[in-house]
Design a protein around this ligand. Sequence first.
Ligand code: ZN
Length: 271
Amino acid sequence: MVKKMDDLKIIDAHSHIWSKEFDEDRTRIIEDSIRNNVHSIIEVGCDLGSSIKALELSKQHPFIFSVAGLHPHDANKFQKEKNDLFQLASSNPFVAIGEIGLDFYRMHSDKESQRIAFTQQLDLAVELNLPIVIHSRDAAEETLEIIKQWKQRAGEYLGQQSPVGMMHCFSGNFALALEYANLGFMISIPGTITYPKNLILKEVVSKIPVNKLLIETDTPYLTPVPHRGKRNETSFINYTLEEIAGIKNTAKNKIAKVIYDNTISFFKLVI
Ligand SMILES: [Zn+2]
C-alpha cells in the first residue's frame, strides 16, 4: 500500500462506494482511504436509489459529499423516477447533478431517452445552481452539441469565473479537452492514465493546464496499475496522482495541492 504523507491531501472527485461491490467491506475501504492521503470523497449516484445511498453515506461521514442524477444507462427509467429524483435533488445538500450524459457504447437505453434525460437534468442543475458531472462514451459529438445548446440557455448561472461542470473519466483527445475547458469544464482523470498504452490521455494531462484538472477513481471501476483487473478502491487514487505528477514533472504534493484546491472550489466544498 502507498505510504501516508502528512502534507498530501487528495479528493476523489468521483466514486461509487454505495455500489454492492462494497457491501462486505465498505467501512474498511473508507478507513483505508483516509489512512492513505484521501481527505474527501465525492459519492455519485446513477439513479434514484443510488443517489439516496450516496446521500446516506454523506450523512454518515462529514468528509463525504454526494451528487444526485440519472446515468444514461438508466435513461429509460427517467420518466418513472424523474419527480422523486428532482424532489430529492432540490431538498438535500447535494454538491452537483450527475452523473448525466450520453453512452452510445453500451446502449442500455435508447438514444432518444438518453437525450431527454440528459437535457432535463442539465436544466435542473441550472434551477438548483449546481455544477454538473458528465458521462460521455462513444457520443463525443452529440454530447458537445447538447452542452453547447445548454450553455446558451444557461448563461453564466454559477457566476462568471466558476466552472460549470466536470468531464468525468475523460477519454477524448487534447483538442476535445481544450474545447471543454474553454466551455468552463474541468477535466477529470481516472486510473486509466496509468495504462502504458493510454498515450492519448497522457498527452491530455501533459498539455492541459493543471488548474483544469480533477482526479478520480470511479470505484469500483477503472482500477489503476498495479491493481488493474481487480476491483478499484479509493486509496488506489495515489497511483493515479503519482502518474500525473510524473507526466507533469512536478512534485507529488505540489500537484496534489493544486488539484485539491480545484476540487474544493469546483464543488464549493466546506470542509
Ligand atoms: Zn461513475
